[in-house]
Design a protein around this ligand. Structure first.
Ligand code: SF4
Ligand code: SF4
Length: 710
């Protein structure tokens, strides 16, 4: 109890004894909240399993970094700093909320730490915390109403704007802070009148201001006001607690758990069904997600945890170019579905297909699995696994886009999406000119090598990309690697096939390649294709170590094995485009930049969106065969970003990026002004050799008229 005034439980209000009111308010509040949360958990109980109870220390580390440390919030400065401030305020006030609850108890009851010097110091901190949270809420309301950040907007196809709901919740929090401060102020005023306490130290805080306003109130008035302020504060507190699970503020309750149970292994794709081994997949009756209940419980928790901040969609390239996909609404629509079909009372679930009701085919095929949404989300909401699972469900029902049927068949029959002959897979290495500079061996169980160069389909068969293959081979030779390729024994890595949702075909491709790779006796794998890199690293289980060629070059530069000639002094400005499967999915950001910066005379600039905020070029693998509805090509946006950065040469490290970027340069009308080159090609061209490589400039020479400003 607070000195100087009766506890709220002793004061009758509206003719009801204070103790009765106290008991009724708390029992009702706790019971309502418990019931609501229990109902919200019903779909999670019915959901698919998801083993997220391993590695507790790694998970706790995530909680400390991403939840308590609010690690991702400052990526958006204003909103991020605002969130950090009121998050810190909430954490500080959490204990006070319980302390205030306890103050209503009869007798001289106070939680430990509430009295004495510690209690006094804590009171000062929380008085200011309540004030800061109150001001943040006012600022957030003004920001929503006046400045209207674009990422909060709701396009017409996704329904009504969420502004009113957001403002209502912000206002409720502001009112709670006000009520909390009023209760504090009334008691402080009473204490002061009875000369029981020193002057309130929290000058200019909300409680201080309210206390000053109450300075002339009589003690009986303050006593009555104290009980009313207490009940009002408790009513707002419980209303807010029970209202939150009906909207975006549910993340206040779920975010801690969502971060704790977040995915730990980037770059991977979840299995078709947790708990069902691959050898038993043929017994699985239904693949992927078709109905809401096919999602895992963690994915449902994601839906509840989405704070509707719009950061994912703001960074989604599909959304940026007008494809019918906005990741934020993948969550919002699913959450609305859960709220509608798992109501507070009555029957739950309806088992209806999600595709065609809340999601469209195009929406789900529009994703390039670039990972920008997951990288940005402060609450670690996952999207790629969900989208892959939805695709698995569509494929299981025969719902495959027309344009993708042919490449899928070709992958099944020939091991590549172009339907080309297996024996032509190594043709890129057979040219006479090339063979004068480099000999590429085909390796097998009789004729092995230490390093396998895994080429993958696009570099093997696409005339333009074969140059990347030749450059990679020459670099490996220059670095002194004992390497070879699988030739006709290699099949597509299956990376895109898996992300497309064709798990059975992926398994067949992976098993074939795994057998061939293990048979050739190589101890490590090198590839120049980030998609192959990601597959070999994450999708091929417990496999050989794998490196991207940029890592080999960077190591060669560091050891002094690789030295570069200066670039021609023609004023070219280079920029590096991070491929999604090298950067975001595998955090290889520095090695390619180290290579570029080691080339004498090379001027490099960064695009506004680089490293983990890189903008997808349009997607690799099967996305090359799929033309979604869009206003603009992603690649075109990307080359415009390069031009804005002042670059005229885009360097990438992925053959799929090369296809998209070269195509985009033409579409954007920048031919002759802008060009693209693969990092392997550039490194190969610039390597200082005793006898210069004959082919090293075959594709990569940059016409003089390309030079910026000429
Ligand atoms: S998924 Fe994450 S980034 Fe996207 S709106 Fe929800 S909370 Fe924000
Ligand atoms: S993975 Fe990329 S394309 Fe897919 S939803 Fe996320 S940001 Fe958009």
């Amino acid at each position: 109890m607070v000195e100087g005034i009766q506890s709220a439980a002793q004061i009758p209000a509206w003719l009801v004894p204070g103790q009765t009111l106290f008991v009724v308010v708390h029992i009702l509040g706790v019971a309502c909240f418990g019931y609501i949360v229990a109902r919200r958990l019903v779909p999670l109980v019915r959901a698919q399993q998801d083993p997220r109870f391993d590695q507790p220390f790694a998970r706790l580390g995530k909680v400390l970094k991403f939840w308590l440390g609010q690690w991702k919030h400052p990526r958006y400065k204003t909103a991020g700093i605002l969130h950090i401030i009121f998050f810190a305020g909430f954490i500080l006030l959490a204990f006070r909320a319980f302390a205030v609850l306890a103050l209503g108890a009869p007798g001289n009851f106070a939680l430990p730490g509430q009295l004495g010097r510690i209690g006094h110091a804590y009171g000062i901190v929380t008085d200011y915390a309540a004030t800061v949270v109150f001001l943040c809420m006012i600022f957030a309301i003004v920001r929503r109403l006046v400045f209207k950040p674009a990422r909060y907007a709701v396009p017409a196809r996704y329904g009504k704007a969420h502004t009113a709901d957001a403002i209502f919740l912000l206002a409720l929090i502001a009112i709670l802070m006000l009520a909390d401060s009023l209760f504090e102020a009334v008691n402080a005023a009473a204490r002061e009148q009875q000369a029981l306490a020193v002057e309130m130290a929290t000058v200019l805080s909300l409680p201080w201001l309210l206390k000053s306003a109450l300075a002339s109130a009589s003690l009986p008035t303050l006593t009555s006001l104290s009980a009313q302020a207490y009940l009002f504060q408790q009513a707002v507190f419980y209303f807010l607690l029970c209202y939150r699970p009906f909207g975006i503020q549910f993340h206040v309750e779920t975010s801690l758990f969502n971060v704790y149970f977040a995915k730990l292994n980037k770059g991977t794709v979840k299995p078709v069904r947790w708990g069902v081994g691959e050898e038993h997949l043929d017994q699985v009756k239904s693949f992927g997600v078709k109905t809401f209940e096919d999602f895992t419980w963690k994915h449902m928790l994601d839906f509840y945890s989405c704070a509707d901040c719009g950061r994912c969609s703001d960074n989604c390239p599909a959304n940026a170019v007008g494809r019918p996909l906005s990741p934020r609404f993948i969550s919002i629509k699913a959450r609305n579905y859960a709220f509608q079909h798992y109501p507070m009372f009555g029957r739950t679930g309806n088992g209806k297909p999600l595709i065609g009701s809340i999601y469209s085919d195009d929406e789900i095929w529009s994703c390039t699995t670039c990972g920008a949404c997951e990288e940005e989300c402060p609450l670690l909401v996952e999207y790629i696994d969900k989208i892959v699972d939805l695709r698995r469900g569509m494929i299981d029902t025969g719902n495959v886009p027309q344009s993708l049927q042919k490449p899928l068949k070709a992958l099944e029959s020939r091991g590549n999406p172009y339907g080309k002959m297996e024996k032509k897979r190594a043709d890129w290495a057979n040219g006479k000119d090339f063979q004068q500079t480099c000999r590429v061996r085909t390796i097998d169980n009789k004729n092995g090598a230490d390093t396998l160069y895994f080429v993958d389909s696009i570099t093997s068969y696409d005339d333009r990309m074969q140059s990347i293959g030749r450059a990679t081979a020459r670099i490996l030779e220059h670095a002194g690697e004992n390497f070879g390729i699988l030739g006709a024994a290699e099949k597509d890595s299956g990376h895109e096939v898996r992300r497309f949702g064709e798990e059975t075909l992926f398994t067949a491709l992976r098993d074939h390649n795994s057998d061939a790779i293990l048979a050739c006796g190589a101890k490590q794998i090198v590839t120049a294709d980030p998609h192959a890199y990601n597959a070999l690293k994450h999708d091929y289980k417990d496999f050989l170590p794998v490196e991207h060629i940029c890592q080999v070059i960077a190591r060669g530069v560091k050891s002094g094995k690789i030295k570069f000639n200066p670039v021609e002094a023609n004023g070219n400005v280079y920029t590096y485009h991070d491929p999604c499967y090298l950067g975001r999915h595998n955090q290889i950001y520095d090695a390619p930049r180290e290579v570029l910066d080691a080339i004498p005379g090379l001027k490099r600039v960064e695009m506004s969106r680089s490293r983990d905020r890189s903008f997808c070029c349009g997607g690799g693998g099967l996305m090359l065969f799929y033309e979604p509805k869009e206003d603009q090509r992603m690649g075109v946006k990307r080359v415009q970003m390069a031009a804005e950065a002042g670059a005229n040469v885009i360097v990438t490290a992925c053959p799929f990026c090369m296809v998209n970027i070269e195509d985009a340069i033409k579409v954007a009308g920048l031919e002759g002004k802008m060009t693209a080159i693969d990092l392997a090609e550039l490194a190969d061209r610039q390597i200082a050799r005793k006898s210069p490589a004959v082919e090293a400039t075959e594709v990569v020479a940059i016409p003089q008229e390309c030079v910026m400003g000429r």
